[in-house]
Design a protein around this ligand. Structure first.
Ligand code: SF4
Length: 387
């Protein structure tokens, strides 16, 4: 049974009163999906900037996309004014995402960097997301509530033991089970409390060797905690996760079908970075693509990495196409406008390899890691959706 905590109504009221009327994030409106600008302008445009605001984290998850860069200490950040100036230059900016590490690791970062960033976004009508593990003091997350659109958490567990296995397997100091059980409880309590207070919490589960047979109970817990969306992504080998076993396409497809069979139809499910496309020669793939498109309250997001998003590291100023691919930095915030870096990426040979688009299937092509994992020798630019 999930524990419930009380957060005062004032947080809820403050949250509502400071929000101008913005279109609700919903299955019909997902501003992170690159297909929106592709449809509007006939080309991919930069609409999204992700900011890595810390390399510190109290966990060491085995699937962590940025695991290798996590550290114990870190230097000064680039002044926020420099970052805001660069964001200002992006005319078509629609979303920002704040990531780490655990962005809330230091309360000072929350107060001095994240809250001003979120305020800037809110004033500009730019939508915002934070990736957090929600295991720290509730008060840190309450500070974000008035300005934040989406609180994104990872949730791959059915109990505290799972959490311990997944979250501390890479920890130099092996977390004592009791300590990790407390963190798990706090994460669940925080999720329940913040959801009740009106925060939009999107819980992401990975489909991997640990989770693929228990996605249904994970989904139920996510719904019980009051999350507004369950995000599901297969796990691909990168950073810490590069040594983990990769599921076969058959295992992944079966896991998704089982989850769709057992899910709650009341809860929005967002699938992303899927390795199944409407151009597949396999009927089972095309059937799954069709099923995902026709299920109520289910959406498939095209991948922002390499399509409409850049990532900036606020310590070095380096700008990347994604926060976890092997593509080196394509520019630096001290020297380049984000639009210039994005233009550089669009003429990069790697970008061209996955630059396909089938409007009838609402598909903008595969993610680079996906193509590299499962379709190394396939030229997507010569393929066409079968619909
Ligand atoms: S856009 Fe690319 S990956 Fe998607 S269906 Fe078309 S050819 Fe296949």
């Amino acid at each position: 049974m999930l524990q419930k905590t009380g957060v005062t109504n004032s947080m809820n009221e403050q949250h509502e009163s400071q929000k101008p009327a913005l279109e609700p994030i919903s299955p019909q409106y997902d501003p992170w999906d690159p297909i929106r600008s592709k449809r509007a302008f006939g080309e991919h445009r930069l609409t999204s900037v992700e900011l890595t605001v810390t390399n510190l984290c109290n966990m060491r998850c085995e699937h962590c996309a940025v695991g290798e860069s996590l550290s114990m200490t870190e230097g000064p950040k680039i002044p926020l004014s420099v970052i805001l100036k660069r964001l200002d230059e992006v005319e078509g900016l629609e979303t920002i995402s704040i990531t780490g590490g655990e962005p809330s690791y230091h309360e000072r970062t929350v107060r001095d960097y994240i809250v001003p960033l979120l305020r800037y976004a809110r004033e500009r009508g730019v939508r915002s997301q934070i990736n957090s593990n929600l295991t720290l003091d509730l008060s840190r997350y309450e500070l974000l509530a008035p300005y934040l659109d989406v609180m994104h958490i990872s949730f791959n567990y059915v109990n505290a033991d799972d959490f311990h296995e997944v979250g501390f397997v890479n920890s130099a100091r092996q977390a004592v089970r009791q300590t990790s059980a407390k963190l798990y409880e706090r994460m669940v309590e925080n999720t329940v409390a913040l959801s009740r207070a009106g925060m939009f919490i999107s819980a992401e589960s990975m489909i991997n060797y640990r989770t693929y047979e228990k996605l249904a109970p994970i989904h139920r817990l996510i719904e019980e905690m009051g999350c507004r969306r369950h995000e599901v992504h297969p796990m691909y080998p990168s950073a810490f996760a590069s040594k983990l076993p990769v599921l076969s396409l058959d295992q992944t497809r079966a896991a998704i079908n089982r989850l769709l069979d057992s899910r709650s139809r009341e809860l929005w499910m967002l699938f992303g970075t899927l390795p199944f496309y409407a151009c597949s020669e396999l009927e089972a793939d095309r059937e799954l693509v069709k099923r995902l498109r026709s299920e109520p309250n289910v959406t498939v997001r095209n991948d922002p990495d390499g399509r409409n998003r850049l990532n900036v590291n606020v310590f070095t100023g380096d700008v990347f196409v994604t926060d976890f691919s092997d593509v080196p930095a394509l520019g630096n915030v001290h020297a380049d406008r984000f639009d210039e870096v994005f233009a550089r990426w669009k003429s990069h040979p790697l970008c061209r390899t996955v630059d396909c688009f089938c409007p009838a299937a609402a598909c903008c092509g595969p993610n680079l890691l996906v193509a590299d994992t499962y379709y190394k020798h396939l030229d997507f630019t010569t393929r066409q959706a079968v619909v």
